[in-house]
Write a protein that binds this ligand. Sequence first.
Ligand code: BES
Ligand code: ZN
Length: 638
Amino acid sequence: MRAAVNRIRSTAAVLACALLWLSGASCSSETEPDPIPKVREDHHSYSNPDQIRVTRVELDLDVSFERKSLEGSATLLLRRDGPGSELILDTRDLNIESVETAGPSGEFASTEYEVGDTDTILGAPLTITLSPEAERVRVNYSTSPGASGLQWLGPAQTAGKKHPFLFTQSQAIHARSWIPLQDSPGVRVTYAATIRTPKELFAVMSAEMEARQPSDAATRGEYRFQMPQPIPSYLIALAVGDIEFQAMSERTGVYAEPSVVERAAKEFEDTEDMMQAVEKLYGPYQWQRYDILVLPPSFPFGGMENPRLTFATPTILAGDKSLVSLVAHELAHSWSGNLVTNATWPDFWLNEGFTVYLENRIQEAVFGRERAEMEASLEVHELEAEFKDLKPRDQVLHVDLEGRDPDEGFTLVPYVKGMLLLHSLEKAVGRDRFDTFLRSYFDHFSFQSITTADFLNYLNRYLLSANPEVAEKVPVEDWLLKPGLPAHAALPSSSAFERVEALANRWYAGGVGLADIPAGQWTTQEWLRFLRTLPEKLEAGRMSELDKAFSLSESGNSEILHQWLLMSVRNGYAPAYPKVEEFLTSVGRRKFLKPLYTELAKTEEGKQRALAIYKKARPLYHPIAAATIDETLGAAPE
Ligand code: BES
Ligand code: ZN
């Protein structure tokens, strides 16, 4: 971390130098920043890519639902950048059967290897001895049933209830639980895979699918994939299940279980428009296809930007496209994150802050300014609420995660504070200039993994040095290294929300009845703002008045329902309790689970209910979500 701070300080010197130069003075000979970023120290990987670098991964895996295991091999292609004779890979709970290496002849032969001690956060290093001529390494292995990056679903957990389902979630450091590799976002690999599944199931990956042989019985259940662009390991993804495809445009489509696919294609039909909106702003889409896989409800996140194939929660299928900003977000990652990638997890804000900014620009282009303003404003309110619970050291953009699980950096800070930094820069330099800057940023760093310092160098050189007044208005270092928001942060505002807030306050004060509220015309965003403007404590009579007027306990919109259930728990509104239980046992999205369990656990009675519900629900949750709720409830897994 100290090194990072020093790097950031030295970039401030570059800026000072540029300012002096502009004013006609000379300055000391500051060295030029390196245009090709090297891999920086990653505290979340045991690997040694500076000496030996994996450049390609070839998977050959059988999917066994019976044993809840992926079984087969990973072949890694190596490039040597240093003198080392040991390759160190990341693993977690893998059963390693043997390791082989091959030189120029291509013949594989066994080699020595050692699995080191397991660290609870990092897993275990796999150290492989290499001869000087070794070019490839093949690890024969199988995954454990509890692998943190895999979720094995029984038929009951799917929409169709007939077939099992498997999906991976590799970000941040879970790829190592299903592939032995250099699990650092600073290492980019191309990949290929052969996946064998039970015959009735279908496999998809974050890659190009090689055409299957035309309904050849012998090849059913065997799928081949290629990812020709170099990507970080956290973007390698696989799903297997009863999956169908429906096209939306030439290059976009939806994969989902048969009963969901049509609804999803309708909900996401604006995806092509979204793509064109980003392309116009920031340059061509680089990944050929953009498809969306809708997962069963236990998917622990809202979405995951696996390249070519976003993974998404079904909870955004609201029926009215009101929650598709999530698609805008994951699509935006095709530029911010997948094309230009955070080199280490403290740089995570480069992925997410840029993406929330782009997401908002997409929403504006496709659905208009008012919707974009409302969505940004909701996000800022949520950030402000979260600041209250965060230690100062977690309120900075460049978070110190040494010795910590990178998951601890998964707060709204990298997302929304990151977005606000870009929004503030945009306001200060003007939109056109900022768009030009961002476009060149994506172009310059495409297919590279970069650090916060790299960004800062680039910003100083190509934006701030020519606009010194901007550097004064937007104190970038304060944004990166100080808690909270800088005094002059440009915050989004929404006039629609001002009206909704006024109404919420008037209703609460008794100045207006619910019948006089134009709720019939409200968007999901206005609903959320309305409910969140009301005081935390609402009397039982007020709660049931709201429920009677608007059937909130029956809402089919997951965001509105979640907000309402949160208020119900907070205010002991018993009529909604059955819904709380139903929600917690049918949805596995961590963003919904954590606040509800936290709110329940605030009273003794609520805590008992939470534990009873959790006992039933835990087996349905993804290991990542279960780990979070274990912590929330202080409940040891049984
Ligand atoms: N890449 C993230 C999800 C992620 C981050 C998974 C870190 C594991 C570790 C994805 O793009 C994301 O941000 N998803 C959000 C939705 C988005 C609309 C804010 C989510 O899942 O809530
Ligand atoms: Zn994201």
